[in-house]
Ligand binder design. Structure first.
Ligand code: G3H
Ligand code: 13P
Ligand code: ZN
Length: 330
């Protein structure tokens, strides 16, 4: 058993309280490899933002649990070396069993999500409570979820949203003892959140999807004032990356994400953690494809992963500064 405190990490408790009071959100960026981790840390050190390094169960299998422990410790040391010891959380994304959450805690995670949202309400409460009881012994924070997002996560796909029911949140928070709550108000996982035919066009001709259900968010805030809320599925799917991927030989269909203005608005509320994975995937893929097309003779991985890392860093700096508002809050 290794304590996250010995790795230099922090849990999310204090970060969330400050984020709610300061009307911004902490970025939760998913990562699977060294270049993604470097881009996240470089971007957040340069903007002086706290950050949540987020690992899905698939990412954990991909990267290896032991390597991840050292990568997280390395991230803390790296941020110091870059000149600013920003607060870093290592968080399990969409944990689906007690055993997985326990194992992550034993390997140095400072925060875990137990996602029981696909279970009936009482089973979700029971599973979440069990994880909270274990995690809190080690001062590890726990995120639970109520309501189901449409889209795909860890190979489980849901066709439609079931929005969080505001009348359940108070009871859930009280019974489980969770530290934060992920809700469903119209975001979804992956690049294909909305089809063009579900959207209208703005003055500049950009596709605008149906707005998030801020009415549900407000109702939730009324029932659990000041309680940390999490938004999953918050990629905006920048059109420029979709176009570039397709220009350089990719085959993405028309994809529409969550407009950044809506995320900025959400970040000013009790939403204090915003999850972004797909936008990073698009940025990396666009950059790698460009090198492959423009320099087909190149075969040194640093020559395509390096530009991908630079593009990712640019994307994360933009998110932190212009969307989440967490710059200079470290
Ligand atoms: O919500 C899911 C995240 O985007 C992680 O995706 O399970 O493919 O690593 P993944
Ligand atoms: P996106 O697919 O919108 O990036 O969402 C990521 C996420 O919610 C990870 O838990
Ligand atoms: Zn998610």
């Amino acid at each position: 058993m290794v304590s996250y405190k010995d790795l230099g990490l922090v849990n999310s408790r204090e970060l969330f309280q400050k984020a709610i009071a300061g009307k911004y959100a902490i970025p939760a960026f998913n990562f699977n490899n060294m270049e993604q981790m470097q881009a996240i840390i470089q971007a957040c050190v340069e903007t002086k933002s706290p950050v949540i390094l987020q690992v899905s169960s698939g990412a954990r299998k991909y990267a290896n649990q032991t390597l991840l422990r050292y990568m997280a410790q390395g991230a803390c040391e790296y941020s110091k070396e870059l000149g600013c010891a920003i607060p870093i959380v290592l968080h399990l994304d969409h944990g689906d069993t007690f055993e997985l959450c326990k194992s992550c805690i034993e390997y140095g995670f400072s925060s875990v999500m137990i996602d029981g949202s696909a279970h009936p309400y009482d089973e979700n409460v029971e599973l979440t409570r069990k994880v909270v009881d274990y995690a809190h012994q080690y001062d590890v924070t726990v995120e639970g979820e109520l309501g189901v997002l449409a889209g795909i996560e860890d190979e489980v796909s849901h066709e439609t949203h079931s929005y969080t029911r505001p009348e359940e949140v108070e009871d859930f928070v009280k019974k489980t003892g969770v530290d934060s709550l992920a809700i469903s108000i119209g975001t979804s996982h992956g690049a294909y959140k909305f089809k063009p035919e579900q959207c209208t066009r703005d003055a500049e001709g950009r596709l605008v999807p149906p707005p998030l259900r801020f009415d549900i968010l407000k109702e939730i805030e009324k029932r659990i004032p000041g309680f940390p809320i999490v938004l999953h599925g918050s990629s905006s799917v920048p059109q420029q990356y979709v176009d570039e991927i397709n220009k350089y030989g990719g085959k993405l269909e028309a994809a529409v994400g969550i407009p950044e203005e809506q995320l900025r608005e959400a970040a000013k509320s009790a939403v204090c953690k915003i999850n972004i994975d797909s936008d990073g995937r698009l940025a990396m893929t666009a950059a790698v494809r460009k090198v492959f097309v423009e320099k087909p003779a190149e075969f040194d991985p640093r020559k395509y992963l390096g530009p991908a890392r630079d593009e990712l860093k640019k994307l994360y700096m933009h998110k932190v500064t212009d969307v989440l508002g967490s710059a200079n809050k470290a």
